[in-house]
Design a protein around this ligand. Sequence first.
Ligand code: P6P
Length: 337
Amino acid sequence: MRIGTTLTNYIIQNQRHIAGATGEFTGLLNDLAVACKKIADLVNKGALVNVLGSADSENVQGEQQKKLDVISNQIMIEALRHNGHIAALASEEMDSVYHLPPEAPRGKYLLLCDPLDGSSNIDVNVSVGTIFSILKAPEDRTDPNEADFLLPGAEQVAAGYCLYGPSTMLVMTTGNGVCMFTLDRDFGEFLLTRDQVRIPAQTGEFAINASYRRFWEPAVRRYIDECMAGADGPRGKNFNMRWVASMVAEVHRILTRGGVFLYPCDQRLAAAGKEGKLRLMYEANPMAMIVEQAGGAASNGRQRILDIEPREIHQRVPVILGSSEEVERVVAYHTAG
Ligand code: P6P
């Protein structure tokens, strides 16, 4: 009777590819898998366990928090703080770095997360997800501070997400390709269902919130207008459009069949003093690592996402990611001015 490859088995088998990995890394991935299974359970039950609707609070971004945003954040903390695999935690839902209780053992990793991305979809039963990024903690500090987290995305040890959709899927990379695991609810294990995922270099599908067209920079307007012009336009082919308003779902679709995702900066965001909508440290960086590891590309329009030197933990960036030839075209339009 074949069981399949569990997430834990996969990590142990591939540990040699993970720089400086010991059992601690396997333990951290296991903690994350436990947190994601718990979040998946609550997302799946929804109204039955009274977790829908707003939490009547705002996050550091000044955005309305959903009950499940707050609960998912608490689950991440609970799953990680006692096991000695991390030294500190940063989350979209917390203003500052979460320091472990004094008695908790310290691990050698820093964890950053968006505990429930796309949560505006939760009340309308559309897919949402958890995004995580793993960095090495500084050797000499018991309680890392915000500055210790401010490493470029290229220094991530691992990155991943859990998509709460028709299937619950955990997708991750440790720098040696991208693998996908599907949750078997019958015995509570994530089982390997795809390995060495590759994104096609070309695509006929773009994802953008087209309602903001009037605010876009000329480069983005040119790119999207050419896609919309279809076979009679300069691209000489027809395009399809998708917008789920859940980055995890968009990235998963792109990993599965190609595509390009754009959340550019625009006049609306610039007027509010924001460089973009999406956050660099726990949305753009982990997704950029995953996309690049699958042969795609990820840029802010002018610079590789993974090369951006962070200034602060909740920093925002424009994001263009997916099929490499399309990302390269959008970047070329930005640099052409
Ligand atoms: P809009 C979800 O809030 C999110 O951060 C991403 O997951 C998603 O791609 C984007 O914002 C949706 O933004 O402006 O279309 O609601």
